[in-house]
Design a protein around this ligand. Sequence first.
Ligand SMILES: C[S@@+](CC[C@H](N)C(=O)[O-])C[C@H]1O[C@@H](n2cnc3c(N)ncnc32)[C@H](O)[C@@H]1O
Length: 371
Amino acid sequence: MKRGYEHSASTSVGPPQSRHRLNPPGDSSFLEDESSENLARKVAEHYSARTNQTLEEREASPIIHLKKLNNWIKSVLIQLYTRRGDSVLDLACGKGGDLIKWDKAKVGYYVGIDIAEGSIEDCRTRYNGDADQNLRRRKFTFPARLICGDCFEVRLDKVLEDDAPFDICSCQFALHYSWSTPARARRALANVSALLRPGGTFIGTMPDANVIIKKLREAEGLTFGNSVYWISFDEEYSEKKFKSSSPYGIKYKFHLEDAVDCPEWIVPFDVFKTLAEEYDLELVFAKNSHEFVHEYLKRPEFADLMRRLGALGDGNQDQSTLSQDEWEVAYLYLAFVLRKRGQPDTSRKRKANKGQMQIAKGDIMYLSGEP
Ligand SMILES: C[S@@+](CC[C@H](N)C(=O)[O-])C[C@H]1O[C@@H](n2cnc3c(N)ncnc32)[C@H](O)[C@@H]1O
């Protein structure tokens, strides 16, 4: 994989310029001694502040094809592991960007949780169909419930006692926000495990720590990137060495044009896998996004979906629509699937009348910061 700076256009809007533009003097967003609570709030504020884009704005985004590619990856995961009528828990659901994917999979019930109030509100309006400018979209076919809160801090088993168990739990592009402390990483996995039925599936996408560390070690300094992203580590990592005894709280700052600008944490995958096993979650597979794309593009139905989404041109040889820099960002991520140990209880009846088909502002449940 080519490294960022050398191959970026000379007019690059990469790390040095972007840092000044986006991290003005006096901005305390990256202070050493910030508590994990404060950092979680920073993440929430960042996502809350991102307003819904119009279709035109979205199409003009410098990472539009990366967004389409990521949507394709999430769609493939959902289609591979969801069955008609499934109950879904979407951790860090954001603005509900996956609602249509769940609808296509004909799920029976959906619960979405996100820490960012603005995103949950956007998710609500999208679910209700209000966000659709040309009002052509029919209503979603499944009832839903939306919750605003920190799903890596709060115990969700009691909160969702009447909704659980879920057949499938999804956490897309967000699990790394739990890796700031061991307690949060454990809470994330404990929540997933407590809420999934035996045999249920946990699907997700998150940064690929191996790729990020490799790129850091290849970089001259502590910052690397290209025209659409940069990642910057603090001086404390100047030796570029990471103790296996401290696999949590390895923070870096991530900037992705038109998408992300906040602190994130490295998730060493072997530690994640071992910790997940403690919570009865067994690894089915983990694949870097590049490998994932190459593998699932071989399947005609997914190649067809890629063609329709238009991320990689015609879905075969033609990659003309996705820039090299966007493809490099895709390489920073992996997709994973875990399965909750145990056999499904086929005798158990589904609870009826969960959720609503129209969600009012007052229906959103707000969780306090206390676990
Ligand atoms: C990159 S966005 C992904 C959103 C959505 N999953 C998707 O794929 O479109 C990351 C999301 O994680 C949410 N998030 C971050 N930390 C969280 C936390 N502790 N609890 C709940 N949501 C969190 C953010 O608010 C944001 O909506």
